[in-house]
Design a protein around this ligand. Structure first.
Ligand code: TAP
Length: 481
């Protein structure tokens, strides 16, 4: 159905608007590569999406104004609620849900187009059926896989990795069914000598059902700890599903946007795997199996742990010329970023050189620490990446590790059998003093003991990160008043 714009403008106007949207997406992504320009990038990309959606609605008149208004209202209310209510630590599962809906929408839209074409001309070209089959497989795997991944991160679905032969056999079976049904859909008229009719539509839903089950059986066996990587990969899949649906609909902007999401998600997945020194295959089929026993931990820690107090750390701070703060997942859990930022301000006012050492996989999502520190108004030029900060530790008087564990674990360099072997880490022990702030000697994400805690130049400041950082702020203020 031709909409109001199509009645007045030539077809090129639609393509031009899509081109402008595509350019806005690319510029937005470019801006998002740096924290300083990220907000602008977000706005530009959102503007591009608004333009694409508005032009499509007005061009094709696909919705009645009442349905449109209802959709905008429901979507707007849900979006506003999520933006306010979801904690930063819950962001990965939220992104997972969004990916799932994106993948599911692609599969449903491709199916609807198939039904629509059959109801009209009935001319199912190979291009259309092949794109629809691919969109059905990728979109459905993304939908069910993302829901399982989000459930695992949220603690609703069992988190432990499970690997069984039956599970592998089921995966292969569902993949096989989806591929065979996809092939049938693509070759059907010539293979069976029939004219395509609505009777072929169930084949599409067989693909969807098999791929939905495949998504569940692909993600269920993976440990909860690896879910951020899985979600990043499914994000890439949701983009690919959207791009293939773009081919089904012959919609340029959907192809551009989907391809950008697919590529960005894949690059992020690779960066995450490299930062953990693991292959994608290892994430999907290996599992992060660290699980030191109490005895193994005791062997490393017994008689070697030096406990410290906020008063003692303040004395170290008073003589320090250079301090590096290394935040980790615990800082996010405790929401300690504001107390940390206040401590940094105090130290800088006293002439101390302070920087942050940010590991690429500190926390539970890419850029987790940067986002939290930026929220507390820490300037971006204080946040040093691993390669930049590592050579400076030997000239650092004091490193304060707050809520981090694996990203400073020297076993990555020393123990070839550890689950984090080869993972690049922040070499904090090169500094004169290291203070590690966490609540106990419990392991981090990888489940293994950390010999850093037992080093001669390390002291443990036990306690919640927010409370401990606030104590340091109070002590430092008191001793400088
Ligand atoms: P972890 O190694 O997970 O250690 C976090 C530590 O924070 C824990 O040992 C815990 O010890 C402590 N903690 C928890 N709550 C705290 C609180 N309220 N106050 C103070 N401390 C608290 O964290 P990390 O060093 O940031 O390393 C991240 C890990 O996640 C890496 O292994 C990485 O591979 C993995 N990972 C990251 C990502 C991304 S993209 N960031 C994705 C997938 C996996 P206590 O219980 O003793 O306090």
């Amino acid at each position: 159905m031709a909409g109001i714009l199509a009645q007045q403008l030539p077809e090129q106007a639609l393509q031009f608007a899509y081109l402008v949207s595509g350019i806005m997406f690319i510029q937005g992504l470019r801006d998002m590569t740096h924290p300083r320009t990220a907000t602008r990038g977000n706005l530009i990309s959102s503007g591009g999406m608004f333009l694409a959606v508005a032009v499509t609605i007005l061009w094709f008149e696909i919705l009645t104004p009442a349905i449109l208004a209802a959709g905008l209202l429901i979507g707007g209310v849900v979006g506003a609620y999520l933006a306010v209510a979801v904690e930063t630590t819950e962001m990965p599962q939220l992104v997972g849900l969004f990916n799932g809906f994106g993948g599911g929408a692609s599969a449903v839209v491709a199916g609807a187009e198939l039904v629509d074409v059959l109801a009209g001309s009935g001319d199912l070209g190979v291009g259309l059926t092949a794109s629809a089959a691919i969109a059905a497989i990728i979109g459905s795997v993304t939908f069910s896989g993302s829901f399982v991944a989000s459930g695992k991160l949220h603690g609703i679905v069992g988190e432990s990795p499970v690997s069984t032969n039956v599970g592998h056999a089921l995966k292969v079976t569902f993949l096989g069914v989806a591929l065979v049904a996809g092939a049938v859909l693509v070759v059907q008229p010539s293979l069976f000598g029939g004219v395509p009719t609505a009777e072929w539509v169930p084949v599409y839903w067989v693909i969807v059902a098999a791929a939905l089950l495949l998504g569940i059986f692909l993600v269920v066996p993976i440990g909860g700890a690896d879910m951020p990587v899985v979600i990043s990969l499914l994000n890439s899949y949701s983009g690919l599903a959207a791009a293939t649906t773009g081919f089904v609909l012959n919609n340029t902007v959907l192809i551009i946007a989907g391809t950008l999401v697919g590529a960005a998600g894949m690059i992020l997945t690779i960066i995450m795997c490299e930062s953990m020194n693991r292959s994608l295959a290892n994430v999907f089929f290996g599992g992060l199996g660290g699980d030191d026993t109490a005895e193994e931990m005791e062997d490393i820690y017994e008689g070697q742990i030096t406990e410290t107090s906020p008063e003692e750390v303040t004395m170290l701070l008073e003589t320090a010329e250079r301090v590096v703060i290394v935040p980790g997942y615990g800082m996010a859990v405790a929401q300690a970023q504001h107390a940390v930022a206040e401590l940094v301000d105090l130290l800088e006012d006293s002439g101390v050189d302070v920087e942050f050492g940010i590991h690429p996989v500190a926390g539970r999502m890419p850029g987790h620490m940067n986002a939290l520190l930026a929220e507390a108004d820490v300037p971006y030029d204080k946040m040093r990446e691993l390669e930049e900060v590592n050579p400076t530790f030997s000239q650092t008087d004091l490193v304060i590790v707050t809520g981090a564990n694996d990203v400073v674990n020297p076993r990555a360099n020393e123990d070839d059998d550890s689950p984090i072997a080869g993972m690049p880490i922040l070499n904090v022990e090169d500094a004169r003093h290291v203070v590690v702030n966490k609540r106990s000697l419990s392991p981090g994400f990888s489940g293994i003991a950390n010999p850093l805690f037992a080093r001669d130049n390390t002291s443990m400041l036990f306690g919640d990160a927010k409370a401990s950082m606030q104590s340091l702020v109070n002590e430092y203020k008191e001793s400088n008043s």
